[in-house]
Design a protein. Structure first.
Length: 285
């Protein structure tokens, strides 16, 4: 019973981080209709940004996450303004450009930091829920991720700007007809999406070790969550984050960590066959 409760608790804490991991990808997909193949590169940039700020400037890792959002968000804005806005009618070219950007980022990080795995040591002690140990750093990461996700959702659903962003998601032509500058909204969406990816990288770097090529592993989880939750459906993504966290944790504990990717791909395949529009049946197809 303790093992089951530990799995459930770990899944809840991990789900908050996974939600942020996929939120930026979902926003970019919903507003720009772009499958951001550079998502993993943006995540790993956030991880290394936190590493540098903590190691060389002694900044608290969770405070560094705020800086990650700005740094990676600016990089995302430069990528969008410098290239992506000119490829609206060339999705294939855009896809290869984003893949190329990821390769460049990975190569630059390899040159700068080498191939060694890095870690950000965060030891805030341990709490006990009955006989179940809980790392305080995991709780802090969950609270930080939940606050960031909640603030993003609040902006999207409770502000005029957020409603305009969601309107672009639903019908870009109608938004243009009422005089809203959809290009600026697209820039904003890509910048915010990139910033959230950077923040996710900073948060998740306090959990696991990472290297210059680790972005792909994180991106696979993010893409799986987006597919399971429904393309562009943020609420569905929140539910999918818990399902994926529960699956990966359970497989690791009860079976083997070597089967994690296999289990994840089987879940994605099952959703595509039985629920192609996601768990809430509201995503794109």
């Amino acid at each position: 019973m303790n093992t089951l409760l530990n799995v459930l608790l770990s899944s809840v804490l991990l789900a908050g981080v996974y939600f942020i991991l996929s939120l930026g990808l979902n926003i970019i997909l919903g507003v720009l209709d772009i499958v951001n193949f550079a998502h993993g590169a943006l995540i790993i940039l956030g991880a290394y940004s936190t590493y540098v700020l903590h190691t060389h400037l002694s900044l608290d890792p969770f405070l560094a996450v705020l800086a990650d959002m700005v740094v990676v968000g600016v990089i995302g804005a430069v990528v969008y303004l410098g290239y992506l806005r000119f490829t609206v009618n060339s999705p294939l070219v855009r896809m290869f450009a984003l893949i190329g950007f990821s390769s460049v980022v990975s190569a630059l990080l390899l040159m700068a930091f080498g191939s060694d795995y890095r870690t950000i040591p965060v030891d805030l002690g341990t709490w006990y829920l009955g006989s179940i140990p809980v790392r305080v750093s995991q709780v802090v990461a969950f609270v930080f991720a939940a606050a960031l996700g909640g603030a993003t959702m609040l902006v999207l659903y409770r502000t005029t700007l957020g409603k305009a962003v969601r309107a672009v998601t639903d019908d870009r032509t109608s938004v243009q007809l009422v005089g809203i500058n959809d290009r600026r909204l697209s820039l904003l969406a890509f910048t915010v999406g990139a910033g959230l990816a950077g923040a996710a990288g900073g948060i998740i770097a306090t959990y696991v070790t990472f290297a210059s090529d680790s972005g792909l592993a994180f991106a696979i989880i993010a893409f799986a969550i987006v597919i399971i939750g429904g393309l562009g459906d943020i609420w569905g993504g929140a539910i999918a984050s818990f399902l994926v966290a529960l699956l990966l944790t359970a497989v690791t504990v009860y079976l083997s960590s070597a089967l994690v990717n296999t289990a994840l791909f089987l879940l994605v395949l099952m959703v595509l066959l039985l629920r192609p529009r996601g768990v809430l049946n509201r995503g794109r197809v």
